[in-house]
Design a protein around this ligand. Structure first.
Ligand code: G4P
Length: 529
């Protein structure tokens, strides 16, 4: 086997997750700056203009180039080759956001120091936990008034249920933010508001208790810091790399992405602690990234990047070995040997055709409509398939009707194709056929996307009627007689595209009631694609 071990071991593939406005874009931008991948901070911000009005799908379409380009960013830093996966936030929060996490080996969770754990952080965190990937916490905006540090850590532990281990500790916040104390080296990095955007920060080697610190950060701050560190040493979890790797302990860093304070320290520690590309489960056991030849799985499909051709790009995460352009591969689910065409990789702002890529990397390939989310691609003499990607629970539901009943065929074709791409999920009444279609989405923007795409690509106008359901559960019992289940008045029995039975609920408490009434019933929050 050719020796590409080194290339693979250089790779660090991670996603940055946060609630909107916590600072994910700013942090990403600063990380790219260190890698020299962008010359000026602000390039990633281009995407921010995509804080579009929901009705503005035309604009979204135009900006697709940008949002696709920024969906994976690769750059080198020291001996590392870093792949950052972007998880869209804001209104474009969707199934893709979740699936992207399936392609990451670790996650960086950005938290706003004045707000703590927020709704979207919780949702994304759940997916990380499901995969047991390491989760690193960056508590951002320390240059603004922050909540009490212990309180913040306590919230992460109780709300998210993960232990925390601060790697550094903030000295004050807001106007009184003096810097951070590194618990390992016991050095202080001093924050100067003036060093906005500069790459380097002053690290001052002063021990706690040293008089010099009194002048440096003020007597009072010094005393508080000494107390807090004493308390922390007694109370916090010990650093344990094993637990970090299992996703059970989150190393915590404090900083200010905007002023670029604490970002490089974070990056260095993070790269040391996070993993090289992880092995992945397949139906033939774990596939080791180094010992195996090329294999990948599809985690995202982006359709109609070029409207005239109705083309699609399938994004795949390489899980093992080396990819070479033009090589023959086996598409397991399609049962066909093929060559991947126009393999592309994204380097910050540019898209380029690539010749080779390695385990840990993400490539986009031209998809003539043959790939589905979760598909495996491997060498021609191999036959294993990676474990499927879960179907994430939609949280918004609407009934869809076409305006012109003559266009039934186009309507069904369009909506089925869009569902196959994974942008929406479609359900039908349990006992009837496709007469009534219910669409479920993770982010409400997808409703507008659906409406726009059906009109512009399939010539079908639709009406959407919002439904009150907010919870969905797949029925796990095989062969159960769904019509006999005793359910509450706010429960609806439906089927997904593959015919799997599900229940939709308006109220979360109905889920328990239904379980109580049907003792044998087993429900699951996720389906499998
Ligand atoms: P997001 O991607 O997580 O949604 O957050 P983003 O980075 O866009 O940051 C949200 C807002 O918070 C931005 O301000 C950004 O400048 C600000 N911000 C990010 N990091 C810090 C920090 O460390 N300290 C302070 N004080 N602010 C920070 P905005 O006004 O919404 O956008 P802009 O007009 O500055 O672009």
């Amino acid at each position: 086997m050719a020796d590409y071990t080194k290339e693979i071991e250089k790779r660090r593939t991670f996603a940055i997750i946060s609630h909107p406005d916590a600072g994910k874009t700013t942090l990403t931008e600063k990380l790219l700056l260190y890698g020299g991948a962008i010359n000026l901070a602000g390039s990633v911000k281009a995407k921010k203009t995509a804080k579009h009005a929901v009705s503005d799908w035309m604009e979204i379409e135009k900006q697709r180039g940008i949002s696709v380009t920024s969906s994976v960013m690769q750059f080198n830093y020291g001996d590392y080759c870093i792949n950052i996966l972007d998880t869209p936030g804001h209104q474009d929060f969707s199934e893709d956001t979740y699936r992207t996490l399936m392609a990451a080996d670790s996650a960086v969770m950005v938290i706003d120091a004045s707000k703590g754990v927020e709704a979207q952080t919780k949702k994304l965190f759940k997916v990380c936990v499901m995969r047991n990937i390491p989760i690193f916490t960056f508590i951002n905006k320390m240059d603004r008034e922050a909540r009490d540090t212990f309180e913040l850590l306590d919230e992460i532990e109780t709300v998210l249920g993960i232990q925390t281990c601060p790697i550094n500790w903030p000295i004050g916040s807001g106007k009184n933010f003096k810097g951070v104390y590194d618990r390992e080296t016991k050095h202080i990095s001093r924050f100067f508001a003036a060093n906005n955007g500069q790459k380097t920060v002053d690290t001052i080697e002063v021990e706690l208790g040293d008089e010099e610190l009194d002048t440096l950060i003020g007597k009072e701050n010094h005393a508080i810091l000494a107390d807090e560190i004493e308390l922390l040493d007694g109370a916090s979890s010990e650093f344990d790399l094993g637990l970090v790797r299992e996703g059970k302990l989150s190393p915590v860093f404090f900083g200010s992405a905007l002023t670029n304070f604490g970002v490089e320290t974070f990056l260095k520690h993070f790269l040391n602690m996070t993993t090289t590309p992880l092995s992945r489960r397949s139906n033939e056991g774990l596939i080791d990234p180094v010992k195996n030849e090329f294999s990948a799985f599809v985690f995202k499909i982006q359709a109609n990047m070029n409207k005239a051709h109705r083309d699609r790009v399938a994004f795949m995460r390489i899980c093992s070995g080396k990819f070479e352009a033009g090589m023959e591969v086996n598409h397991i689910q399609g049962g066909k040997k093929m060559r991947l065409s126009q393999p592309q990789q994204l380097m910050a702002q540019e898209r380029k055709i690539i010749e080779e890529a390695y385990a840990g990397d993400i490539i986009g390939v031209f998809d003539p409509g043959i790939f589905s989310i979760g598909d495996t691609i491997c060498m021609p003499d191999q036959k294993f398939a990676y474990e499927g990607i879960p179907t994430f629970s939609p949280e918004h539901f609407a009934k869809v009707r076409q305006v012109d009943t003559m266009k039934r065929k186009q309507f069904l074709k369009g909506i089925t194709q869009i569902a196959q791409e994974g942008a929406i999920q479609i359900f039908q009444e349990f006992n009837t056929g496709m007469e009534e279609i219910i669409v479920g989405v993770v982010g409400v923007l997808q409703f507008d996307v659906l409406k726009f795409r059906l009109e512009s690509e399939y010539g079908v106008e639709i009406r959407l009627e919002n439904l009150a359901f907010e919870h969905i559960r797949w029925i796990e019992n095989k062969g159960i007689d769904v019509s006999k289940l005793s359910v509450t008045s706010d429960t609806k029995k439906v089927r997904d595209m593959k015919g799997n039975p599900l229940l939709l609920f308006v109220h979360s408490w109905s889920i328990q009631t239904v379980l109580d009434r049907n003792k044998e019933l087993k429900l699951s929050e996720f389906g499998r694609e």
